[in-house]
Design a binder for this molecule. Structure first.
Ligand SMILES: [Zn+2]
Length: 408
């Protein structure tokens, strides 16, 4: 066999291992028959692949399925304790670092409150590095156990090839975050937009699971989207980190923190909602924290006319924004997430859907299902952790390959 032949066999073996691992990861414990059917390989091949993965300790027996009269078929699963993975959420009010096992159960957590608008990139790097140290200690995991560290950040992330962050709203202009982190940790790193990562967590584990064309909306202080279109699928979770919040809904409208006017975020972002409420009632009394103020406003919407007016306006603008998304992407599902998005979905989902319907073309909107996100805003860290996990699964479970590979 020539070298090309060998590498093809090697590539095929790796591809089969990757398919089996993705199946077990996204669909949970299952029989060899299920894995074989999903991967399109023969029973003999799937037995070899699973046997290999069991020898490695990555896959284990986890019970058996009764079968009508015949031999019960055994169930296998990925061993949750085989490795750990770290997810980081660089949010606008805190840096959250979590260590997960392969079943994505949290084994260590550290949250440091921050005011990103006033925080230097060097300080954020220091907090991430300290947080990784803290969660390793809490969980008893060693650096060798960790597949990598995924980091979710606000703004646009350019992979050049190391991640550079452009987050205009928090004053980060071409911050070489990955290079800065690289100076302090030997662990494999992957950095991406937080909204995109929250969308990926929803797509793998939440309300967007199983949908091929889906838009996940993340509404909190800012407003972002994660867009999965046909063909990207769960195995190759490509999505566009849309800066949808900075599309104009009113020409020459309210000033936005990005410097432009009339952006959707300037009407439905938490800061805008709190400011509009203060303006309507002519007072700035209330908790100093924007999240607490907005949550209090929503709770008063049934009794306080000013709160009700703000909520009605937010529903109309958000509906118009969703209508635009539907017209552009024709998704079959729109998932509303983020701490504010989930609260609005709980309070006013039918009204949001009606406002979206008014602003969308009838044909694309007829197929759309509008759902509240399953996962909370904390799921950005979980989404960030999917980056090293995805790389590991696609490598066919080769840890060395993961540690050597450069970030995607
Ligand atoms: Zn803007």
């Amino acid at each position: 066999m020539d070298i090309r032949g060998r590498s093809t066999v090697h590539g095929l073996r790796r591809e089969n291992r990757a398919r089996a691992l993705w199946d077990l990861y996204l669909n949970g414990p299952g029989s060899r028959q299920r894995i074989g059917a999903g991967a399109g390989v023969s029973p003999g091949t799937v037995s070899n692949v699973v046997g290999d993965l069991m020898d490695q300790g990555l896959v284990q027996e986890s019970g058996s399925l009764p079968s009508g009269g015949g031999r019960p078929s055994s169930i296998v699963q990925i061993d949750p304790g085989y490795a750990s993975v770290v997810g980081v959420d660089v949010g606008e009010s805190s840096v959250l670092v979590e260590l997960f096992d392969l079943a994505m159960q949290v084994r260590g957590r550290q949250r440091v409150p921050t005011e990103l608008a006033r925080l230097s990139p060097t300080e954020v790097v220091g907090q991430i590095v300290a947080g990784v140290g803290a969660v390793l200690e809490q969980s008893g995991a060693g650096t060798d156990d960790v597949l990598g560290v995924g980091v979710g950040v606000p703004g646009l992330v350019e992979h050049a090839p190391l991640a550079v962050v452009h987050a205009q709203t928090v004053g980060w202009d071409a911050v070489p975050l990955e290079a800065l982190l690289r100076e302090h940790t030997p662990l494999p790193l992957a950095v991406d937009n937080g909204a995109k990562l929250l969308g990926q967590a929803e797509h793998w584990f939440g309300a967007a699971r199983g949908a091929t064309d889906v838009v996940v909306v993340l509404l909190g202080h800012g407003l972002g989207t994660s867009i999965f279109t046909r063909g990207s699928g769960a195995r190759t979770p490509m999505s566009s980190p849309g800066e949808w919040g900075h599309t104009a809904v009113v020409v020459d409208g309210q000033p936005c923190r990005c410097g432009a006017r009339g952006c959707l975020e300037a009407y439905v972002g938490a800061g805008a909602v709190a400011a509009r409420y203060d303006q309507l009632r002519g007072s700035t009394d209330g908790p100093p924290d924007v999240e607490a103020r907005v949550t209090a406003l929503l709770a008063r919407a049934g009794t306080d006319p000013a709160a009700a007016t703000v909520l009605d306006e937010v529903v109309r603008y958000l509906g118009a924004g969703i209508g635009n998304l539907v017209n552009v992407y024709s998704p079959t599902r729109v998932v509303l997430g983020g701490w504010l998005g989930r609260q609005l979905a709980e309070l006013r989902m039918p009204e949001i859907a009606a406002a979206a319907a008014q602003n969308a073309l009838r044909t694309p909107f007829a197929d759309v299902e509008l759902l509240r996100a399953d996962l909370g805003a904390d799921a950005v860290a979980l989404g960030a952790a999917t980056l090293p996990v995805g790389r590991f699964l696609s490598s066919g479970g080769q840890r060395d390959a993961v540690h050597r590979s450069s970030p995607a």
